[in-house]
Ligand binder design. Structure first.
Ligand code: TRP
Length: 470
């Protein structure tokens, strides 16, 4: 029996609209900014393989779980978890999934908005000809100039937050919907052109080798060069980061997909939609890597340059290609749109919850969430300048890195673990069977084994490994 509930926040008009919106959520800075930079930091090929495994064995099954819970509950993640736990006779404590998701959402939004702000700034850099003919050294100096200035960063961070909340206030459907339909495919085409550029001008052999040559020793160790000597230490960190990235890039583990699932029409098939979304997301991330690493090597840059990686490499390409001024401008505009449609989904669980539970108008809820996330974001802005020093670091990380690490690598996988456990053990087979309505029994059985055992055990092993217990 499909359920009869409808969401008070409106519904997607079709399955295709849901897919588009969710691709909009998934594809964002995580693919184009974060994937290349952490792949660079954690050594390339082996990291990529672990990441792909996490997408397939943990990401896709948990995405199905989030969508099915969302559609069944038809409300914000907090209330969906409360309602379903009650109906299935489980503990109300499962609503912790919803609450921790709201907290993770704040943390993520507070650094996401700052990085999206960089992309905003680069639209103007590119359009004004500021990237024309730049060398690798110029590109680095330009980026360092931007992040070294708290005033500039605050302006862009504020602007992006206002843009996001303006759309959230209007509701997900009337907001960006139409724009995404055109802009996401456009971004995809631009990436293909960038890949073409990398093939012609970049060091394609080293770039691809770096991304796809698998050296498994790197999954368990981190090497840094100190005083001309390479020092390696064993750690589970690359595994943890690869898994965290799988969650981050698919928008999983904090209820964003559950919130979007609440607006899915009853008879739409969840499985096919999920696989399509994950595939699109993965292709975009890989293309971004393939576009960037050949430029990194051809320009003598460091793959492990950190969060500034794409902002220091892409300008070199734009600065030196024919029509690069125009091309660079369009690229950064599209990147901002990709970030925009993602940021909107990050705040949806919190906004939907305030609307339901406090009976606030959407605009009111959006404003309150936006102001909090903006305030928290000031810490991310200062991490690159006034608070970049050692005295403002914890575990060697700036506030920016710390928020990313805590949210992406710890809170999201934990949230995902709980979601898998709730579907498998808290709610049970019957509910999943009804919502997924997979006609091929074998397919359902395979998913059921994965969600019951493989995903939760996989997450648990990576956690144990990362704290040194394995
Ligand atoms: N997936 C987006 C990206 O790759 C970011 C994002 C949107 C997200 N919603 C989320 C990350 C929810 C974690 C949780 O840029």
């Amino acid at each position: 029996m499909a359920n009869q509930r409808v969401s008070v926040h409106g519904m997607w008009s079709s399955r295709a609209v849901f897919i588009m919106a969710t691709v909009g959520s998934a594809v964002g800075l995580g693919n184009i900014w974060k994937f290349p930079y952490i792949t660079g930091e954690y050594g390339g090929g082996a990291f990529v393989i672990v990441y792909l495994l996490c997408i397939a064995l943990i990401g896709i099954p948990i995405m199905m779980a989030e969508v099915l819970l969302g559609r069944r509950g038809r409300s914000s993640p907090i209330n969906t978890m409360k309602r379903l736990a009650r109906e299935q006779g489980s503990s109300p404590a499962w609503s912790i999934v919803g609450y921790s998701g709201v907290v993770a959402g704040f943390l993520i939004l507070s650094f996401y908005s700052v990085v999206a702000g960089w992309a905003l700034a680069y639209i103007f850099q590119a359009a004004s000809g500021g990237l024309n003919d730049v060398s690798a050294t110029d590109a680095k100096a330009l980026f360092e100039g931007l992040i070294g200035s708290p005033d500039q960063l605050m302006i862009w961070h504020s602007l992006f937050m206002i843009m996001t909340m303006a759309v959230v206030a209007r509701g997900v459907r009337d907001g960006l919907e139409r724009a995404i339909n055109i802009l996401m495919p456009a971004l995809f085409v631009m990436l293909l052109i960038m890949v073409g550029y990398a093939f012609v001008e970049g060091d394609i052999k080293r770039g691809l080798g770096f991304m796809f040559n698998i050296d498994f020793s790197k999954v368990f160790q981190i090497c840094v060069e100190e005083a001309g000597q390479v020092q390696c230490r064993f750690t589970g960190e690359p595994l943890l980061v690869a898994m965290g990235q799988a969650f981050f890039t698919l928008s999983l583990g904090m209820g964003a997909i559950m919130a979007y699932g609440a607006y899915v029409p009853n008879h739409a098939s969840i499985t096919g939609a999920t696989v399509t979304i994950a595939a699109a997301d993965t292709v975009v991330a890989l293309l971004a890597g393939i576009a960037i690493f050949p430029i990194v090597f051809a320009s003598g840059l460091e793959p492990a340059a950190g969060p500034g990686l794409i902002f220091q490499t892409l300008p070199i390409a734009f600065g030196n290609m024919v029509g690069g001024q125009w091309f660079g401008t369009v690229f950064f505009i599209l990147l901002v749109f990709a970030a925009w449609s993602s940021a909107i989904s990050i705040s949806e669980p919190a906004v939907a919850w305030l609307v339901e539970s406090r009976k606030w108008a959407r605009a009111h809820a959006a404003m309150v969430i936006g102001v909090f996330a903006w305030l928290l974001g000031i810490g991310s802005v200062l991490s690159f300048n006034l608070w970049a020093g050692e005295e403002y670091r914890w575990f060697g990380k700036t506030l920016f890195d710390l928020k990313d690490y805590l949210a992406s690598n710890i809170m999201l996988p934990l949230g995902g673990l709980l979601i898998a456990l709730f579907v498998a053990y808290g709610a049970g087979r019957q509910m999943a069977l009804e919502e997924l309505s997979i006609s091929r029994q074998r397919l359902f059985d395979a998913w059921w084994v994965i969600i019951r055992y493989i995903s939760p055990i996989g997450i648990a092993l990576v956690f144990l490994n990362s704290v040194g217990l394995l």
